[in-house]
Design a protein around this ligand. Structure first.
Ligand code: GLV
Ligand code: MN
Ligand code: MN
Length: 398
């Protein structure tokens, strides 16, 4: 089947009628359906499927062993996300295996397709949770205790899905099998439109992290409380949102976003008692923490002015990543020197890059839009991506 054909098969899973696009979150019902679908398709291709202790699914061509060539991506989405971010890398990997098999190729090295769990952090807040756990980049106890919006912990959700929460954590044995890791992904900005090419090789991922700002004030009556008597946490929260834009603008190439803000209790005629907001900040190099510190100071000043308090918690952070030089050269030679592309998006490949040679291929997105239903890739470009992946996997696993 073509990559587009595989994508079509899952086109109805996890559609979000309210937000538009797809909402597929770690261990929820659509994501479980996608996991089952992936297992069936991989088995149908003659692959051996197993799920590791951290909820990542592995489909092996040949017995698992050292120096394996591993490719894949994720099946979870942001709330109301597009059809391609994650699934494109998975379906292209399945299509590539099928093509290699149909050509009669027999890889000289073990080859595996992997589906990483909770890449977006859409349910438990920490992105790339599956690959962070695999590599020991997040403390296992902290991961077990991460809570979703309903208060369910990662350990409980994993337990309900048939995993043993006690076994969640680093997996050096499995990590040690990976000789090279390659992730194909839809491009998430305008990079490839402007370069006029269907496929690019990834060069770098910029430093990025997430911080939670919790503002505390006095919950009260919207009509009975005089303006001067209020400690309304919505005020410093709003001031922080505008400070994020102002301060980020002053730092070259910085991106900083507040995409989520939750007042509690959240009533029209209620002055909130607390407001939580989440900052996503990304700047190339080492200055992201300094930018966040400036934002924190602005938040503290605004909180004080309103008689509120703010606490700031870092939920995740990853430094700049440069993908493996030798692998990049190999990919470029093999694919006829396609463009190289840096990205501001985070990926499991960037987590793995700290441990094994890792690289990425991007497929053009003519909308330049991602994390939105408008994210897109033309069928011809999906095909070009799958062809490039087939060629490269055949070469790397020869
Ligand atoms: C993942 O897509 C991220 O960069 O947030
Ligand atoms: Mn994403
Ligand atoms: Mn992704």
């Amino acid at each position: 089947m073509t990559a587009s054909g595989f994508l079509e098969e899952i086109g109805d899973v996890g559609r979000d009628a309210k937000r538009g696009g797809y909402s597929r979150h770690a261990f929820d019902s659509p994501e479980q359906d996608l996991r089952a679908w992936f297992g069936e398709r991989a088995l149908g291709l003659g692959l051996d499927v197993d799920t590791d202790h951290n909820g990542n699914i592995w489909a092996w061509w040949g017995p698992p062993g050292p120096d394996a060539v591993v490719t894949g991506s994720h099946l979870d989405s942001v709330p109301g996300g597009g059809a391609f971010d994650g699934p494109l890398g998975v379906v292209s990997a399945l299509a590539a295996v099928e093509r290699l098999r149909d050509k009669g190729s027999r890889p000289g090295k073990p080859l595996a397709v992997v589906v990483f769990a909770e890449e977006e952090g859409g349910r438990f807040g920490v992105p790339c949770l599956g690959s962070r756990l695999l590599t020991g980049t997040i403390d296992a106890d902290r991961a077990r205790g991460l809570r979703d919006a309903d208060g369910v912990t990662f350990a409980e959700a994993a337990g309900n899905s048939g995993f043993n929460p006690a076994l969640i954590g680093p997996d050096p044995e499995r990590l040690g099998l990976i000789g090279k890791f390659l992730e194909l992904h839809v491009e998430q900005g305008r990079g490839l439109i402007d370069l006029g090419a269907p496929v690019a090789v990834g060069s770098t991922v910029i430093a990025h992290g997430r911080w939670r700002f919790s503002f505390e004030g006095q919950g009260n009556h919207a009509g009975a409380t005089l303006i001067d008597d209020r400690a309304d946490p919505m005020l410093p929260a709003a001031a922080t949102v505008t400070a994020v834009r102002r301060l980020a603008r002053a730092v070259p190439d910085a991106r900083a976003t507040v995409g989520r803000l939750v007042p509690t209790p959240g009533g029209t005629n209620v002055i909130a008692s607390t407001v939580d907001l989440w900052l996503d900040a990304r700047v190339p190099g080492t200055v992201t923490p300094a930018l966040v510190e400036d934002i924190k100071q602005a938040a503290e000043a605004a909180a004080k002015e309103e008689g509120c308090r703010v606490t700031v918690t870092r939920e995740s952070y990853s430094d700049d990543v440069v993908f493996d030089d030798a692998l990049r050269r190999d990919l470029a030679d093999r694919l006829g020197t396609p463009p190289e592309l840096p990205t501001g998006a985070g990926h499991d490949a960037a987590i793995l890059a700290g441990f094994v040679p890792a690289g990425m291929l991007y497929v053009r997105n003519p909308t330049g839009i991602s994390h939105s239903p408008e994210e897109f890739a033309e069928p011809g470009d999906v095909e070009a991506g799958a062809t490039a992946l087939t060629d490269v996997l055949g070469h790397l696993a020869r």
